[in-house]
Design a protein around this ligand. Structure first.
Ligand SMILES: [Zn+2]
Length: 65
């Protein structure tokens, strides 16, 4: 699965990691960062932390994070 990091902050000041299939993933290219193709969201977190410290996985499109 390909994972993206949203550049848009949520209400709790955290950035969400989404799978490419998620309906919450920002559509504009400049509103998201491509993290890579991983078997699990946890792998994407390691890359995402290079961009933002406050982040978590989207509860709707990821699991077991
Ligand atoms: Zn999502």
């Amino acid at each position: 699965m390909r994972y993206y990091l949203s550049k848009i902050c949520g209400d709790d000041d955290r950035h969400l990691i989404h799978a490419v299939t998620c309906r919450h993933l920002p559509r504009e290219q400049d509103e998201r960062i491509y993290l890579g193709d991983f078997p699990h969201c946890g792998n994407a977190i390691d890359i995402a932390k290079l961009y933002f410290l406050q982040l978590h996985c989207c509860p709707e499109c990821t699991f077991r994070c």
